[in-house]
Design a protein around this ligand. Structure first.
Ligand SMILES: [Fe+2]
Length: 458
């Protein structure tokens, strides 16, 4: 850190002290900066010595004159030393402030984030604000031994995509994973662990994604040109990586929980469906059609999740309908039909017992309502019916129409399409029917001209 003596002399208090000393000298004095430029002079320097102003090993200026001017040189050196200390403190405080702000921002952002890749992307975004690098990536230990899976990347590594993998036992990454210690490699080319493909890396930092219990992956950043990463850069990077590890671990646990939840739901739906062997994969198809319609209508992720669950469980209430009615091959009596109609209300009762499913109740309860108000169980009409239920109604009826039953053959697809169109505005929400015809599934059907293309899962 270079200190300019000229600046010190301009400080009001210190400058006045030096000028007072200079004025009190009997002989002349000349104060120069390190380049020899004159900063202050008094009288004529006839003879005398040159006293360097040294701070550590660094020359900051010179004082010329009789021997008593040496005190001025020492005073300037002392003040320059203090200035360096002050600046060091300011830099350290600023650094700390930056670090705390960064971590606060990160913790705030990732606290509500339950998606591992999103957490990784947020960490990279934060790191870019405080550390200089060209590339950064976060990897987690994969299911296969010795492999790492990419979560997110910035820079060249991003081109590899989210399916990229890397060995966990090689190079600097291997060392960091084995030791659990973050590392700086400022001269990658001179490092013996340097692996092929790293030719465009000048310097890098690598830190383990470490939770309190285990190392779950690694984060690396690098610059193409060699730069001097310092200990404080590594500290900041390691702290960021630690926060990332905790958030990624949380998100992973949440994802596992979600997976277990969905598996249970699907298993439940499948078990119920198996009571009626003729329906084969009906639930799955209704879910696929519903999601396709939801996507076409531009539903957000939350509504799509609600739609998916409601579509899977729309007939869960059939568990409450007796076999001899549910599986009856032939026309139903009015009373039997009334029993079958109970299934949507039964379904709503079943799902309302599960806290996580509260918001799918309307989808399950109202999937047999009609847009014109002549449906069941509540006779709701138009937009009184939850959109999720209006979507499931189209998907469910369409699949029921084209599926063969023991007592009747399914309609051919074109007839089923005509039925949907005919009933748009009556049984169905016309906007939903329109969306169904605009889905990718339909596009595939029309372009292939084949009935099979419209059957998901086949
Ligand atoms: Fe139903």
């Amino acid at each position: 850190m270079t200190i300019k003596i000229g600046k010190l002399l301009k400080k009001p208090g210190f400058g006045a002290v030096v000028r007072g000393l200079v004025d009190g000298l009997k002989e002349g004095v000349r104060i120069e900066d390190q380049d020899g430029d004159l900063l202050l002079a008094a009288g004529e320097v006839v003879s005398g010595a040159v006293y360097p102003v040294m701070v550590g090993d660094e020359l900051c200026g010179r004082v010329k004159g009789a021997p008593e001017v040496e005190a001025i040189a020492r005073l300037l050196a002392y003040e320059a030393g203090r200035e360096i200390e002050r600046r060091g403190l300011v830099t350290e405080t600023l650094h700390k402030y930056k670090e705390i702000t960064l971590l606060y921002d990160l913790v705030e952002k990732v606290a509500s984030c339950l998606d591992r890749r999103e957490v990784a992307r947020l960490v990279i975004e934060q790191a870019r604000r405080v550390i200089e690098f060209d590339r950064m990536s976060l990897w987690v230990l994969g299911r296969e031994e010795g492999g790492l899976e990419l979560l997110a990347a910035h820079g060249q590594a991003a081109e590899a995509g989210e399916t990229a993998t890397m060995r966990s036992d090689q190079g600097v990454v291997g060392s960091v994973l084995a030791s659990g210690q973050a590392e700086i490699v400022n001269d990658v080319a001179a490092d013996s662990r340097f692996v092929a493909g790293a030719a465009r890396i000048g310097s890098l930092m690598c830190a383990p994604l470490k939770t309190s219990e285990a190392i779950i992956g690694v984060s690396c950043l690098s610059s193409e040109q060699p730069v001097s990463y310092k200990a404080e850069d590594l500290k900041l990077f390691s702290t960021l990586t630690y926060q990332a590890a905790v958030a990624i671990e949380n998100a992973s646990l949440y994802e596992q929980l979600q997976e277990a939840f969905y598996t249970t739901v699907y298993t439940l739906a499948e078990t119920i469906e198996k009571r009626d062997p003729y329906t084969g994969n009906h639930t799955k198809r209704v879910m696929e059609y519903s999601l396709a319609i939801g996507n076409t209508l531009g539903l957000g992720q939350q509504d799509l999740t609600r739609l998916q669950l409601a579509a899977v469980l729309h007939d869960v209430g059939k568990i409450g309908v007796r076999d001899n009615v549910l599986l009856k091959e032939g026309p139903l009596t009015a009373e039997e039909f009334a029993q079958i109609k109970q299934h949507s209300a039964y379904g709503a009762e079943i799902v309302c017992n599960i806290k996580k499913m509260k918001d799918i109740i309307p989808g399950v309860r109202h999937h047999h309502e009609r847009f014109d108000g002549r449906g069941y169980p509540d006779g709701l009409a138009g937009e009184e019916i939850d959109l999720i239920a209006r979507i499931i109604a189209v998907a469910d009826t369409f699949d029921a129409m084209i599926t063969d039953r023991p007592y009747r053959k399914g309609l051919d697809i074109d007839t089923a399409f005509a039925e949907l169109r005919k009933n748009a505005g009556g049984q169905f929400d016309p906007r939903v029917v329109e969306a169904f015809f605009a889905t990718d599934i339909m596009e595939a059907y029309y372009s292939a001209g084949s009935r099979r293309r419209i059957m998901p899962g086949e």
